[in-house]
Design a binder for this molecule. Structure first.
Ligand SMILES: *Cc1c(COP(=O)(O)O)cnc(C)c1O
Length: 411
């Protein structure tokens, strides 16, 4: 006979929203209203003696990331393309990147007229460093790696940097899912030549749209500032190199406008001050879900290495070697109980979820080991509007439905 607890497990329905973020903090709303009251929204439109919100944001973000230089731009994807241009990628070049990432990453490579070359993904959902070494062992290999810390999973970046340094490969980090994360204590985005971040609504700070980049290289910083659309107003930047560096690059660097405005920067500054606290709140939720999913029959957890301080703004697990039919059955059963899961293995790209072989403007290699992993990746957002009890309930629902499908047909 079923106990009451068993019955509840098979019938409870989650009613929260997987796309509802928290409201903008009051302090940020007030700062935004202040900008609208004075009307100086363009970053270079400042009153006598005023730095402007964007410049202050860059200065604060540089300090927060321990970087000498920072630039705020219109989007995360724009930051990636700007970083590629600033390190010297030219049309026709090849750029290494993850087979497991989101569409704006190969899109940024295509934006500069270059071609993505994919590196495989491991069961830890990180870049396959053996595949990277293999690709770097041939003559004429690409000179730039756009490393996407997809869904917040950090590879052994100390080893990755050693491999890339030895091969003379410049690393750009896509930290859209790792703003605030660390590897061995070092902030994500501070290993490669450039770290790029997104401030879009679904990331770790929310200005609707927006992006940031950091670097320790003065020439990359100066080029990125010019590229972003600084005209000859670069001396108004504070997290920037001195005028002598701009003198060297200012005639040869095009203006490809993609600035951030003071309104967005005003919204972001208070949120960035709260980042570490938000990371703890995300991780409390992540760990509640993780604990609830552990030891579910047929479900493989993605274990996090001890070196990694992650940001649990989403969670992944693997239904490795499951049939399409059984995975679809799990997704449908969970959806019927209010739990929205995304599947990276679907044959057609859906919403935010697509795969390297759906980006048909680029060559898709044969990657059986990555295909096996991608086919099993299930992904779920963890917005901060979920309570810890919501997270426990979501885990109970997934656990019950995965177990039910697996036990009926263990593939
Ligand atoms: C969101 C995202 C980006 C791009 O950010 P936008 O601000 O949306 O342009 C890049 N990489 C990954 C992995 C992302 O999720």
């Amino acid at each position: 006979m079923q106990s009451d607890a068993d019955k509840r497990m098979m019938t409870e329905i989650f009613t929260g929203s997987f796309t509802q973020q928290e409201p903008i903090p009051e302090e940020a709303i007030e700062a935004a209203v202040e900008v609208m009251r004075h009307g100086r929204l363009h970053r270079y439109n400042v009153a006598e003696g005023e730095a402007g919100e964007v410049t202050l944001l860059e200065e604060e973000f540089a300090t927060q990331m321990g970087a000498p230089y920072a630039l705020a731009v219109a989007s995360g994807g724009y930051a990636l393309a700007t970083a590629l241009r600033a390190v010297g990628v030219k049309p026709g070049d090849k750029v290494l990147t993850n087979a497991f990432t989101l569409a704006p990453v190969p899109g940024s490579i295509a934006a500069v007229g270059a071609d993505p070359v994919y590196v495989g993904v491991t069961e830890a959902l990180t870049l396959d460093l053996e595949d990277l070494e293999r690709q770097l062992s041939v003559d004429g290999h690409p000179r730039v790696l756009m490393l996407s810390h997809m869904r917040g999973h950090l590879c052994d970046i100390d080893r990755l940097m050693a491999i890339c340094d030895a091969a003379g490969v410049t690393v750009i980090e896509d930290c859209a899912h790792t703003m605030g994360a660390r590897w061995n204590g070092v902030l994500s985005g501070r290993h490669g030549a450039v770290g790029c971040y997104s401030c879009q609504t679904y990331k770790h700070v929310n200005s609707g749209e927006g992006g940031l980049l950091v670097t320790s290289d003065p020439e990359i910083a100066a080029r990125a500032i010019m590229l972003s659309g600084s005209y000859m107003l670069y001396s108004r930047h504070r997290a920037a190199p001195g005028p002598e560096v701009f003198e060297r690059i200012k005639y040869e660097t095009p203006n490809i406008s993609g600035r951030m405005d003071n309104l967005r920067a005003a919204i972001l500054r208070p949120q960035l001050r709260d980042l570490d606290q938000q990371v703890q709140r995300w991780n409390a939720r992540y760990q509640r879900i993780e604990a609830g999913l552990r030891d579910t029959p047929g479900l493989m957890m993605v274990e996090r290495p001890a070196e990694e301080l992650y940001v649990g703004s989403s969670i992944q697990f693997l239904l490795l070697d499951w049939t399409d039919q059984n995975i679809t059955e799990v997704l449908n059963r969970c959806a019927a109980r209010g739990v929205e899961l995304k599947w990276f293995g679907a044959s057609e790209p859906v919403a935010f979820t697509s795969r390297y072989d759906s980006w048909r403007y680029a060559e898709a290699p044969v990657m059986p080991a990555s295909d096996r992993v991608l086919h099993g990746v299930i992904d779920m957002r963890v917005p901060l509007t979920f309570s810890l009890e919501d997270c426990a309930q979501i885990a109970r629902i997934i656990r019950a439905e995965v177990a039910a499908v697996f036990q009926a047909d263990p593939n």
